[in-house]
Design a protein around this ligand. Structure first.
Ligand code: KE4
Length: 429
C-alpha cells in the first residue's frame, strides 16, 4: 500500500487556499476518485511523492518531460541562465535561437511568435486567422482541447471533458457563436460545416493526433482532406501541436503525416518543462501581428531567457533524432506488453498509440473519435488507474487523457509496467 499521510495533509492544506486544491483541474483526480499525491522530486522516468513513494511516471508533466525529469542539460542551462537574470522584458539572444530552431525543425513555420502557454498560442492563432482572413467562424473538433480560451472551450477535451460538461460556465453564448464543432475523422460533417457557412470560416483548428480524449488517430487521408478543403475555401488550417509538436517527430505530427498547415501551435516540449507556448506559420500571415500588423498579441514573459534556455537545451538533445528511435521502441514494447496482458486477463482493452503517446480504453470496439471514446468503461479505468498506482505506476488520472513515455523510460521500466498491468487487470476482472 502507498503511504499517503503527508500528501493527504498537504492536500487538506491546499484545499484551504487553492480552488479544489490544485492549480489545474485534471490534477485533482476527480475523474478517477481519491486524492492527488504531491511530488517532492523527479528524476528520469521516476517521481517521488511527499511520502517517499517511488512511481514510474507516464504523465511526464503532460508531455514536456520527453527527455525525462531533471534532464542534466536542461537543469544546467536553466541554472546558468538564471545567474544572468530571469527576465528582461527586452529582446534577448535566446529568443532568436529558439525561433531559428523551431523554423529549422518545422518547415511550414516561416515566422514564429513565442508566448507562455499552449492556451495563449491557440487563442492567438485563432485571433490571427480571423484577422488575416477577415472572417469570424472557426471549426474545431469535439474532444479536441486547445486550452481554455473562451471561444475554444466548447465540447473540448481534457479536464473540460473529464467533468462530463465539456462546455464551461462563464462563457457567454456570444463568445462561442462563431465556433462550429464537428466530429473528428468525419469528412462529411466538415464539408457540411463549410457548405452551411460559405466564405465565413477563418480557420480549422485541429489536434492532428487528438490526445485530450484519450488518444485516437486520424483516419488515412483525413488530414490531407482538411488541408485540401481549407485551401479551396481560403480558410487557414491550424495544427495544434502543443502536445504532438517535437513529440511525435522533431517536426511534429505534420512531419509524420506530411502535411503543411498554414499555422501551427506549440508548447510543452519546447519549454523543457518551463512555461512556454509558440505559434508560427506563413510569413504573410504572421506579419499581421503587432507591431507589424493590426492583430494584437503580447506577453510580459514571452521568450523569457529561462524558458528559452530550457527549451533550447531540450531541442539540442532531440535534434540528433536518436531520441525518437528510442521513444518508438519503448512505445512498441509497451503496446505489445499491455495488449498481451489484457488478452491474458480476458479484458477488452483498446490500446491506441502514436509514437510515445498512448492510451488504454476499456472497450472492445475501435476508437476513432470522441463518441467512440465515451463508450469506454470509465469506472473500470478508474479501478485500473488506482491498481497501477498501488503498483508504483502513475498513469494519467483520467480515461480521457493521453499517456507519455520519455527517453529516460528504460526497457526494465516497461517490463515492470506490463507485469503490474497483468496483476491489476486480473484483479479488477
Ligand atoms: P496549456 O495552456 O495547458 O499550456 O496548453 C493547452 C493545450 C493546448 N493544446 C493541446 C493539444 C493541449 O494538450 C493543451 C494542454 N494539455 C493538457 C493535457 N491534456 C494540459 C494539462 C492540464 O490542463 O493541466
Amino acid at each position: 500500500m502507498m503511504r499517503r499521510s503527508r500528501s493527504e495533509a498537504l492536500f487538506a492544506e491546499a484545499l484551504q487556499h487553492i480552488p479544489g486544491g490544485v492549480n489545474s483541474p485534471v490534477r485533482a483526480f476527480r475523474a478517477v476518485g481519491g486524492q492527488p499525491f504531491f511530488v517532492e522530486r523527479a528524476q528520469g522516468s521516476k517521481l517521488w511523492d511527499a511520502d517517499g513513494n517511488e512511481l514510474i511516471d507516464y504523465v511526464c508533466t503532460w508531455g514536456p518531460a520527453i527527455l525525462g525529469h531533471a534532464f542534466p542539460g536542461i537543469v544546467e542551462a536553466v541554472r546558468e541562465a538564471a545567474t544572468r537574470g530571469t527576465s528582461f522584458g527586452v529582446p534577448n539572444p535566446l529568443e532568436v535561437t529558439m525561433a531559428q530552431r523551431i523554423k529549422l525543425a518545422v518547415p511550414s513555420v516561416e515566422k514564429v511568435r513565442l508566448c507562455n502557454s499552449g492556451t495563449e498560442a491557440c487563442m492567438s492563432a485563432i485571433r490571427l486567422a480571423r484577422g488575416f482572413t477577415r472572417r469570424d467562424k472557426i471549426i474545431k473538433f469535439d474532444g479536441c482541447y486547445h486550452g481554455h480560451a473562451d471561444s475554444l472551450l466548447v465540447r473540448a477535451g481534457s479536464g473540460a471533458l473529464t467533468f462530463g460538461h465539456p462546455d464551461s460556465a462563464g462563457v457567454p453564448a456570444a463568445f462561442t457563436q462563431h465556433t462550429i464543432v464537428v466530429p473528428f475523422n468525419d469528412t462529411a460533417a466538415v464539408q457540411a460545416a463549410f457548405a452551411a457557412n460559405p466564405g465565413q470560416v477563418a480557420g480549422v483548428i485541429v489536434e492532428p493526433v487528438p490526445g485530450n480524449a484519450g488518444l485516437y488517430l486520424p483516419r488515412p487521408g483525413f488530414l490531407e482532406f482538411l488541408s485540401k478543403l481549407t485551401a479551396e475555401h481560403g480558410t487557414l488550417l491550424i495544427f495544434d501541436e502543443v502536445m504532438t509538436g517535437f513529440r511525435l517527430a522533431l517536426g511534429g505530427a505534420q512531419a509524420r503525416f506530411g502535411i503543411r498547415p498554414d499555422l501551427s501551435c506549440f508548447g510543452k516540449v519546447i519549454g523543457g518543462g518551463l512555461p512556454v507556448g509558440a505559434f508560427g506559420g506563413r510569413a504573410e500571415i504572421m506579419d499581421c501581428l503587432a507591431p507589424l500588423g493590426p492583430v494584437y498579441q503580447a506577453g510580459t514573459l514571452s521568450g523569457n531567457p529561462l524558458a528559452m534556455a530550457a527549451g533550447i537545451a531540450a531541442l539540442t538533445a532531440l535534434e540528433s533524432g536518436e531520441a525518437y528511435r528510442v521513444l518508438e521502441e519503448r512505445g512498441r514494447q509497451l503496446e505489445e506488453g499491455l495488449g498481451a496482458a489484457a488478452r491474458r486477463a480476458s479484458i477488452p482493452v483498446r490500446f491506441n498509440r502514436c509514437g510515445s503517446m498512448f492510451c488504454a480504453y476499456f472497450t472492445g470496439a475501435p476508437v476513432h473519435n470522441l463518441a467512440d471514446a465515451m463508450k469506454s468503461d470509465r469506472e473500470r479505468f478508474a479501478r485500473y488507474f488506482h491498481g497501477m498506482l498501488e503498483e508504483g505506476i502513475y498513469l494519467a488520472p483520467s480515461a480521457f487523457e493521453a499517456g507519455f513515455i520519455s527517453v529516460a523510460h528504460a526497457a526494465v521500466d516497461i517490463e515492470r509496467t506490463v507485469a503490474a498491468a497483468e496483476r491489476v487487470l486480473k484483479r479488477i476482472g
